[in-house]
Design a binder for this molecule. Structure first.
Ligand SMILES: NC(=O)c1ccc[n+]([C@@H]2O[C@H](COP(=O)([O-])OP(=O)(O)OC[C@H]3O[C@@H](n4cnc5c(N)ncnc54)[C@H](O)[C@@H]3O)[C@@H](O)[C@H]2O)c1
Length: 252
C-alpha cells in the first residue's frame, strides 16, 4: 500500500519511535493522527506535520474510540495503525525492594500488551467497513522489543508484555486476513529516544558498544523507514522483524 493521502494513526506518536514514524509517513504524503496520552507532545508533533492530535490512553476503550472518530472526521477512515505507545519499568521478582508488586506487573501488561490489542481491534473494526484499495484494506504495525526474546534481569513484566505482542502478531494476521488487513511487528534493539537521552554520554556509548554492527544506538528514523517499508510491501504479513544491529541482550 502506498502512503500518499492515506490516513494513519500512530499511538505514542508524541515521542521517540512513534514521532519518527509519523515524520517518515508524513514525508510519504500520509495524513497523520498522533495518539498520545501526553497532550503537549501529541499537539507538537501533529502541528509540525499538519496532522491531528488525539489525546487518549491506549488502555481505554472509550478514549480510543473517541480518538479514532476524531481522526476520521478530519482525515477519513485510517488504513494504517502504528502501535508505538509503551512503558518500561524495572524490578527483580524478589529483591531489595521486596517482592514485585502485582499491580506494577499488571500496569505494564495493560499498557504494552492490552493497549496494543485495544487499538488494533478498534482500528480494524472501522477499517473493515471501507473498500479495499487493490488487494488490501490496510496495515497494522506493532512495537515489541528484543526483550521479548532476551529479557534482562529486572525486565520480567516488560519482557512478558512484549512477548505477548510477538505472540499476537500471527493470529492477528490470520484473523484479519479475510478483511485484507496485514499485521506485522517490529522488535527494536537499542534506539536513541527520550528514554535513553536521559542517560549520560558515557552510559549511551557503553550501550551502543554492545551492538555488534553498526556499533551504535539505533536512530529513530531507521525505525520509521522500516515501518514505511512494511506498509509498502504487500507480501510482508504475520511477521516480527528484529531491528537491532545483531544485538542479543545479556542477562544484565
Ligand atoms: N527506544 C528503544 O530503544 C526501544 C527498544 C525496544 C522497544 N521500544 C518500544 O518502542 C516503543 C516506543 O518507545 P520510545 O523509546 O519511543 O519511548 P517514548 O517514551 O519516547 O515514547 C512512548 C510514547 O508513548 C506514550 N504513551 C505511554 N503510555 C501511553 C498510554 N497508556 N496511552 C497513550 N500513550 C502512551 C508516551 O506518552 C510517549 O509519548 C515502546 O513500546 C517501547 O517499549 C523502544
Amino acid at each position: 500500500m502506498q502512503l500518499k493521502d492515506v490516513a494513519v494513526l500512530i499511538t505514542g506518536g508524541g515521542s521517540g519511535l512513534g514521532a519518527a514514524t509519523a515524520r517518515a509517513m508524513a514525508a510519504k504524503g500520509a495524513k497523520i493522527g498522533v495518539i498520545d496520552q501526553n497532550k503537549d507532545n501529541a499537539e507538537k508533533v501533529a502541528a509540525e506535520l499538519k496532522g491531528v492530535a488525539l489525546h487518549a490512553d491506549v488502555t481505554s476503550e472509550e478514549q480510543i474510540k473517541a480518538a479514532i472518530a476524531k481522526a476520521e472526521a478530519a482525515h477519513g477512515v485510517a488504513r494504517v495503525l502504528m502501535n508505538c505507545a509503551g512503558i518500561g519499568g524495572s524490578q527483580r521478582i524478589v529483591g531489595r525492594d521486596g517482592v514485585y508488586p502485582l499491580e506494577k506487573f499488571a500496569r505494564i501488561i495493560n499498557v504494552n500488551l492490552i493497549g496494543t490489542f485495544n487499538c488494533l481491534r478498534l482500528f480494524a473494526e472501522r477499517l473493515a467497513t471501507i473498500e479495499p484499495i487493490g488487494e488490501e484494506r490496510g496495515v497494522i504495525i506493532n512495537t515489541a522489543s528484543v526483550a521479548a526474546y532476551e529479557g534482562q534481569i529486572g525486565q520480567i513484566a516488560y519482557a512478558a508484555s512484549k512477548g505477548g505482542v510477538v505472540g499476537l502478531t500471527l493470529p492477528a494476521a490470520r484473523d484479519l486476513a479475510s478483511q485484507k488487513i496485514r499485521v506485522n511487528t517490529i522488535a527494536p534493539g537499542l534506539f536513541l529516544t527520550p528514554l535513553l537521552m536521559g542517560l549520560s554520554e558515557e552510559a549511551r556509548k557503553s550501550l551502543g558498544a554492545q551492538v555488534p554492527h553498526p556499533t551504535r544506538l539505533g536512530d529513530a528514523a531507521e525505525y520509521g523507514s522500516l515501518a514505511v517499508h512494511i506498509v509498502e510491501n504487500a507480501m510482508l504479513n504475520g511477521e516480527t522483524i528484529r531491528l537491532d544491529g545483531a544485538i542479543r541482550m545479556a542477562p544484565r
